[in-house]
Design a protein around this ligand. Structure first.
Ligand code: NAI
Length: 320
């Protein structure tokens, strides 16, 4: 199977950065017309400059591809609207939105300022919401769309020093969970990627790292060349393609390994359905409640958790 983006129009936000640049070039190489959006500025999200987007557009055009630059911020409704309008005005349609733009402001939880938290929520979470909602009517009308959200291990798993970043990235997964359910019947499929690649954000993380974190991160060089954006681009390209029928899932790319990241519910401990359990009973069964070794279920949505519970024989509820 070969994956082509001929006649497709792809918007990549934050396309001047480590991952976005490689995504944009690869979509163009595979035939897409690409909107290369990047506000420019620092890793913390201060300042702006057209160079970041312009450089990628120049690379794509030099290689014979089709691309236009967009310098708007995705963090406002108006900015995101202009990013999507760049696709519609320049190329007449919009097939794919890669929500990739991001900033980072690391700090210990007690020192996190409201301004820093809001800056990360605005860029990652609000930016993904605005850009996706701006593209939605065109995708609904053509009954086709692919949305890729960008989460992070910091949000899915946690990373010390990353309150705002982790909250924003966790929020993006929640956004994807709902948008994907609504999009499926409209022909719009949505997934999230949890990438790993050397980038300038690492310097901001390093600024607040303590000795233990530095020790733990010292294993990263062992991953060698696989910590470059080139190792993540195949997953992003597949998830954005017509060939991909997956929706409503998070996928990790780390060290050349691609894997699904999911929310599961353990077999747990079933109390009585007519009489509430006591806190003492919860304490007594707490190990069972958290025990993953007896299996787990991965519900598709909120109602499916009820369905899976009720499908189990009495006394076995919650078992896979
Ligand atoms: P990067 O810092 O190289 O690229 C991010 C780009 O987004 C920058 O070029 C920046 O100018 C742009 N940007 C920032 N705010 C913007 C805004 N409001 N509007 C438009 N553009 C804006 O970082 P990288 O590694 O390329 O990150 C891409 C995405 O992947 C980000 O969402 C990041 O949080 C996420 N990510 C990256 C990981 C990694 O290991 N590289 C790990 C987990 C997540």
């Amino acid at each position: 199977m070969s994956i082509s983006f001929e006649s497709r129009v792809v918007v990549v936000t934050g396309a001047g950065g480590a991952l976005g640049r490689v995504y944009a070039r690869e979509f163009a190489r595979r035939g897409a017309a690409v909107v290369v959006n990047d506000l420019g500025g620092t890793a913390r999200g201060t300042g702006s400059a057209p160079d970041a987007a312009d450089a990628v557009v120049a690379e794509i055009r030099a290689a014979g591809g089709k691309a236009v630059a967009s310098y708007d911020t995705v963090a406002t409704r108006e900015g995101s609207q202009r990013v999507i309008e760049a696709a519609l005005h320049s190329f007449g349609r919009i097939d794919v939105v890669i929500n990739n733009a991001g900033n980072i402001r690391s700090d210990w939880f007690g020192d996190v300022t409201e301004a820093d938290l809001r800056s990360q929520i605005d860029t990652h979470l609000m930016g993904s919401f605005f850009a996706t909602q701006a593209a939605w009517p065109a995708m609904v009308a053509q009954k086709y769309g692919r949305i890729l959200f960008t989460t992070s291990a910091a949000g899915m798993l946690g990373n010390r020093g990353q309150t705002g970043y982790g909250a924003a990235k966790g929020g993006i997964t929640g956004l994807m969970n709902v948008v994907s359910l609504e999009g499926r019947r409209l022909g719009i499929l949505c997934n999230a990627i949890q990438p790993n690649a050397h980038n300038r954000m690492g310097e901001d993380m390093a600024r607040v790292m303590d000795g233990e974190a530095i020790d733990r991160f010292s294993i990263v060089p062992g991953l060698g060349a696989s910590m470059t954006a080139d190792f993540t681009v195949p997953l992003a390209v597949y998830l954005a393609s017509e060939a991909c029928q997956s929706s409503h899932a998070v996928f990790s790319s780390l060290g050349g390994r691609f894997a699904r990241v999911f929310t599961g519910i353990t077999a747990g401990w079933q109390g009585d359905r007519d009489t509430p359990a006591t806190a003492e009973e919860v304490a007594e069964h707490f190990d069972d409640i958290g025990d993953t070794s007896r299996g787990f279920v991965v519900p598709d949505d909120l109602i499916n958790e009820y369905e899976l519970l009720l499908a189990q024989p009495a006394g076995q509820a919650g078992r896979p």
